[in-house]
Design a protein around this ligand. Sequence first.
Ligand SMILES: O=P(O)(O)OC[C@H]1O[C@H](OP(=O)(O)OP(=O)(O)O)[C@H](O)[C@@H]1O
Ligand SMILES: O=c1cc[nH]c(=O)[nH]1
Ligand SMILES: [Mg+2]
Length: 209
Amino acid sequence: MGSLNVISHPLIEAKLTRMRDKNTSSQDFRLLLKEISILMGYEITRNFETVDAEVETPICVSKFPVLKESFFTIVPILRAGLGMVDGLLELMPFAHVGHIGLVRDEETHVPTEYYYKMPEGFEKSEVIVVDPMLATGGSAVDAISSLKKRGCTNIRLVNLVAVPEGIAAVQKAHPDVDIYVAAVDDGLNEDAYIVPGLGDAGDRIFGTK
Ligand SMILES: O=P(O)(O)OC[C@H]1O[C@H](OP(=O)(O)OP(=O)(O)O)[C@H](O)[C@@H]1O
Ligand SMILES: O=c1cc[nH]c(=O)[nH]1
Ligand SMILES: [Mg+2]
């Protein structure tokens, strides 16, 4: 079973509280999401491998760790996942970015894929799927299935707010995937929105509705 990592930190908690506030503007919401993505990125990248390289300090030549050259692909689930890309790219400017467009049907809550574009060779890379919300889990499960169908074997999932239902759905469909979240909320309402949650992440990021 993949691990469930709840990244708790006072800075993340305080910023997430501001994102939950319905009076927070789109501008602030976007900035807070970027800042949290950077803070979460610190934990997500904790197991990155390093190798020793020779460096000449002003005093002498010695060996020090540098990041092992690896191929990473950040995959936002459109639209809302886009809000987490810039923060992660600040930590991993060498990463590539692929996109999967998914939208949930308002009545059935079942997602439909409307866009898919990956960088060349991505299937051999470490893939980081990002989406602020893990609600029923349908979108994350489909996005990961879509990537696996194309040959991806090394996938982790990063969400801002999740609920137990969504976590269970991903763990059942993709037991090999490690999940990183900033918070686990109570559950879903009748419209499959996270409670207490923060509303529709895509709408709040882009100011739609
Ligand atoms: O776990 P689930 O029940 O699948 O719900 C989560 C999905 O719902 C939202 O996307 P939405 O369909 O609203 O699209 P948007 O990002 O374009 O707003 C959110 O960004 C996730 O992708
Ligand atoms: O609470 C939720 C659930 C799904 N998608 C969102 O953006 N918010
Ligand atoms: Mg939405």
